[in-house]
Design a protein around this ligand. Structure first.
Ligand code: NI
Length: 188
């Protein structure tokens, strides 16, 4: 078990395209994934992408807390999902605004437009292909994490910078942002 150091916005590893993984069943990948899961649990986040722990590889771990997906037309997976070389395909043109936070952008939160519904595919640690459809918060988490693999942090997706700020401040600025914010709980 190891808790890995998390890179913060501005570190070059967060702003480059991560490399594809040739063998999802390799020992090195298993060790990295175990350490990512430990780091995610320690941080209190919801998802973590390998570049955030200074490994420029296309690997993501995430889970969807039940409380966050309530009200969505979706039944998210209950366990942690480990994805190697994930690919996202939007389902339809609809987008929605929702609040996001990120372990690499500590203390801040912002309202980010994301595709409402997606299909996503990946290679599992078993080396086999997997895919799911997702909407709402589940779809948002997957899009946020996969963006990390392309060097994109959520502030780079934002269209209204008045909906970006320190969590402690925006929590008090309820009137300005109530329309865009479903709740104030952070996710990775
Ligand atoms: Ni993030």
């Amino acid at each position: 078990m190891a808790i890995l150091k998390i890179a913060r916005m501005g570190h070059p590893i967060l702003h480059r395209r991560a490399d594809p993984v040739a063998d999802a069943t390799s020992y090195d990948v298993a060790v990295l994934v175990n350490n990512m899961i430990d780091t995610l649990a320690d941080s209190g986040g919801i998802g973590l992408a390998a570049p955030q722990v200074h490994e420029s590889k296309r690997i993501v771990v995430f889970f969807v807390p039940k409380a966050r997906a309530e009200g969505d037309d979706d039944e998210p997976p209950e366990d942690v999902t480990v994805m190697v070389n994930p690919v996202i395909e939007p389902l339809g043109d609809e987008t929605e605004l929702g609040w996001e936070a990120c372990l690499s952008v500590p203390g801040l939160m912002g309202a980010v437009p994301r595709h409402t519904a997606i299909k996503y595919s990946w290679t599992g640690l078993d080396g086999q292909p997997h895919s799911r459809e997702a909407n709402g918060f589940h779809a948002r988490v997957v899009q946020h994490e996969c963006d990390h693999l392309d060097g994109i942090l959520y502030p780079m997706r934002m269209e209204d910078m008045t909906l970006f700020g320190f969590s402690e401040e925006t929590n008090q600025n309820a009137e300005l942002i109530a329309a865009a914010r479903p709740d104030e709980e952070e996710f990775e």
